[in-house]
Design a protein. Structure first.
Length: 398
């Protein structure tokens, strides 16, 4: 009974001293590190784990010293073994907390609340995935060390090592899908194919990468739905990434109109519209006739915006404004079907319209900038250099 009381008293005293020292160190670091981000992160994330590790280690030393003369006591071995397990667990917690502190300190240098945050989002994606991987490795190692403290497990260690190859093959076959997703997650993190907050189009849905783990990816759809996909989807299936190189994107608004539409007047109206809204980033404003079949022509308005959300609103604004402009100012340009009754010798008025004099066509140098996608401006010239068609091959038989 005296040994029990001495051990309990020693353990309580050691725990109290450890807690007091940790608290003093915590307050000192918090006071001295008010202007240091690293010190602030240490006081916030590593305080509890450091407190637990120091307390358990102090109790272990106290129990060992207080029971030094009771080596053969059975309860001493049980208590010391439990304290060893607690020390391993507390140390793993402390190491994981320190890694989180280092990662958060590194992430603080890369802000994602700025317009050009592509590099920051890339670093954040890699650090988040590495954090989860390292914590998983620490937990596995801690559990392995704790199991090796048991003599029965240590005795079969040689047999486990001998059959490690067979077990590894069986585990790889059983967890093929899981391992594939893990490696796919690492590939996504370091290949820069997709990052957190990237705007993507997957499965016909437009959304933003909200969460990226080693096994799955969460895509926040524009209407606040969540699309959850395995990470292997992004390495085996084509998808659209609208913000891989930059956030600025191009978008179109298409109209099926009658041949009587005044294209140049419509082009000027589009220019007036985009110059009056903050949604346009000032890069691209082009209106072209892209098709003329089936009794109607297809007019496409190409505009640009600083990000995908602004582009969506800008495209909707262009459609609404030009539809109202055609309805109110150019009603003859609305799509319609024509039916002619009679033949060329009839007396209908439109069959005897005198052909007008041919209108001189503008040369390429006279075309306005908003009539060409590949040229007319610095941005258009850059696209022209990128999108070059295949060279024509000469027939060798000629």
């Amino acid at each position: 009974m005296q040994n029990y009381l001495e051990t309990i008293a020693a353990a309580a005293a050691a725990a109290a001293i450890a807690l007091l020292l940790v608290e003093v160190v915590h307050r000192l670091v918090r006071r001295l590190g008010r202007r240091s981000l690293l010190m602030t992160e240490l006081t916030q994330h590593a305080h509890r784990s450091f407190q637990a590790a120091a307390t358990v280690l102090a109790v272990q030393f106290a129990v060992r010293l207080s029971t030094g003369y009771a080596v053969g006591t059975p309860w001493r071995q049980v208590v010391l073994h439990g304290l060893v397990l607690a020390v391993v667990a507390a140390t793993a917690w402390l190491v994981a907390s320190l890694l989180v502190v280092v990662e958060d300190t590194a992430l603080a240098r890369f802000r994602t609340d700025v317009p050009d945050n592509r590099h920051a989002r890339r670093v954040r994606t890699q650090v988040v995935l590495l954090r989860r991987l390292t914590i998983a490795v620490i937990v596995v190692l801690a559990v392995g060390v704790m199991l090796m403290t048991f003599p029965a497990v240590r005795g079969i260690g040689a047999g486990v090592l001998t059959s490690a190859g067979v077990v590894g093959v069986v585990a790889a076959l059983a967890a093929q899908s899981l391992l594939g997703n893990v490696f796919a997650g690492l590939q996504l993190a370091f290949s820069d194919a997709v990052r957190l907050d990237d705007v993507v189009v997957v499965e016909g849905e437009w959304g933003r990468i909200e969460e990226l783990t080693l096994s799955y990816v969460v895509v926040q759809i524009w209407d606040d739905r969540r699309l959850i996909l395995p990470t292997s989807y992004f390495t085996s299936t084509p998808f659209q990434n609208w913000t891989r190189t930059e956030a600025a994107v191009l978008g179109t608004a298409e109209f099926d109109l009658d041949w009587a539409v005044p294209v140049q007047a419509m082009r000027e109206e589009l220019r007036r519209l985009v110059e009056s809204t903050e949604l346009w980033d000032g890069r691209v404003c082009v209106l072209q006739v892209t098709d003329a079949t089936g009794g109607t022509i297809k007019v496409r308005a190409l505009v640009s915006a600083a990000d995908a959300g602004s582009l969506w609103d800008l495209r909707c604004l262009v459609r609404e404004h030009l539809v109202a402009w055609i309805r109110d100012h150019r009603p003859t340009a609305m799509p319609r079907s024509r039916t002619e009754v009679g033949d060329a010798g009839g007396a209908l008025p439109w069959q005897w319209i005198t052909p007008r004099r041919p209108v001189r066509r503008r040369q390429d140098a006279e075309l306005p900038d908003d009539a060409r996608v590949f040229g007319g401006s610095d941005d258009g010239e850059a696209r022209s250099e990128v999108f070059v068609g295949p060279e024509e091959t000469v027939d060798s038989r000629r």
